[in-house]
Design a protein around this ligand. Structure first.
Ligand code: HAM
Length: 419
């Protein structure tokens, strides 16, 4: 029997790993510079940590997306479907409220949801997650949006857009849900099955329906942003003023509702048009009240997460649209025996600046170039007696076929240029 991977899980192969590292280091740099500390939380927790947090009307609970299992002691555990709940559990457990507020935290790792698998939707996926605890200020929200935009930009994305909305305070949500119920209850039978369930549990989520019939029914109804109370409206306007002042591009989306129940006031998402139906790169918002719900002090908090697979998909789409501009990879081809040692030594010196490989044996030029191509190089540099005499390598761009003599400095510049 041939063994296979589980549906909705994926291996990350060596040639794909560089993009992952790029995302991780972008997050570490941008979030670290904003004063966020990196932490790790366990992959599994007591199931209550999640059910309490994400809420009974979230897809994670309603559509039974959590991987729940019993350990040998009969305790009910779950693989984390997201990070916020576990991070807040850790925040409470380690008394982090005694640290200088606001406390900013970030993490990256795998999360698990038993979803219907399609492009951008997997059963094991990865998130970069950022949380800031202890501030009610719209500055914390605006900074969170700005940081999400900046991390995505640092990853190399240029075509991501931020959507900003507000789901209001709990009173606003209750009023809005009552408004939707009143409007939709008489037409209940026309709604899709999922939306009928949402009408019962959390009508606001009907706005997220992709069902055309549902969309037609709600087309003329007010969006949450149009029915905010005074306090949440003022908060929202303030978040906008900061983002405008900082030049962070975003669009107001009056209909943003998030899939987890813990949000209040600010809600935002990052989207990318290149990655298909699951176009959300990430999302987040304010979730005052969650820490108290988990038995901690009543501290306000804001945060977000983005999906690493979706960001990498978007990066690949952008690279393809930009004619496949690639990081340089250099392959050194020794044309005689003496050049084998020279290639090995040069590779050792250049690797500080980028990816360099070399053939372990003397090669004929044609064979050397073919090998460079097979190994995914963008450029090959060849060296034989005449290059040695001139103190250069013969550098060939494998995409364009262009060839020119290059000194060691030139090769270093090639690697550094797009590093
Ligand atoms: P979320 O919207 O459920 O929010 O997930 C955030 C992002 O994770 C999504 O936009 C998507 O890119 C990615 N994602 C979610 N599910 C999958 C999946 N099955 N396959 C691939 N990617 C997926 C949260 O998780 C909140 N905890 C965010 C947050 C942090 N709010 C406050 N703090």
């Amino acid at each position: 029997m041939k063994v296979r991977s589980v549906k909705g899980t994926a291996d990350v192969l060596p040639e794909e790993r560089a993009a992952w590292r790029r995302v991780e280091s972008a997050a570490a740099r941008v979030l670290g510079n904003a004063g966020a500390g990196e932490l790790s939380v366990p992959v599994f927790e007591y199931v209550d940590v999640f059910t309490k947090s994400v809420g009974e009307s979230s897809d994670i609970v309603v559509q039974k997306e959590m991987y729940v299992f019993e350990d040998r002691g009969g305790r009910s555990l779950a693989l984390r479907p997201e990070f916020t709940a576990g991070i807040m559990r850790a925040f409470v457990e380690h008394g982090m409220h005694t640290r200088p507020l606001p406390v900013k935290l970030w993490t990256m790792g795998p999360a698990f949801r038993a979803e219907n698998v399609q492009r951008g939707r997997y059963r094991q996926f990865h998130q970069v997650d950022y949380e800031v605890v202890g501030s009610e200020s719209p500055l914390a929200d605006a900074e969170a949006v700005q940081l999400m935009y900046a991390v995505l930009e640092e990853c190399g994305l240029t075509r991501h857009v931020m959507l900003l909305g507000s789901v209001g305070d709990p009173e606003d949500r209750a009023a809005y849900n009552a408004y939707l119920r009143e409007a939709l209850e008489p037409r209940r039978d026309e709604l899709s099955e999922v939306s009928r369930e949402r009408l019962r549990l959390n009508p606001m989520r009907i706005l997220d329906s992709k069902h055309a019939g549902d969309q037609a029914l709600i087309a003329d109804l007010d969006r949450p942003l149009e029915r905010l109370g005074e306090a949440s409206r003022a908060h929202f306007e303030q978040v906008r003023r900061y983002l405008d002042a900082w030049g962070v591009p975003y669009r107001v989306d009056p209909g943003i509702v998030r899939g987890l129940d813990y949000y209040r006031r600010t809600a935002f998402e990052a989207h990318h048009e290149g990655i298909g139906a699951q176009s959300a790169l990430g999302g987040g918002g304010r979730y005052d009240g969650l820490i108290k719900l988990l038995g901690g002090p009543d501290l306000p908090a804001t945060g977000w997460a983005f999906g690493v697979e979706r960001v990498i998909d978007a990066l690949a789409e952008e690279a393809a649209a930009d004619d496949g501009a690639r990081e340089p990879r250099l392959f050194l081809v020794p044309l005689d025996e003496a050049a084998v040692d020279e290639a090995a030594a040069l590779a050792a010196r250049l690797r500080e600046h980028g990816t360099v490989e070399f053939a372990y044996q003397r090669r004929a030029p044609g064979k050397g170039l073919a090998e460079a191509d097979r190994r995914g190089a963008t450029h090959a540099a060849l060296r034989g007696a005449s290059e040695r005499a001139a103190g250069v390598w013969q550098l060939k761009d494998l995409a364009t076929g262009e060839q020119r003599p290059a000194s060691e400095d030139d090769l270093r510049a090639l690697l550094e240029f797009s590093a």
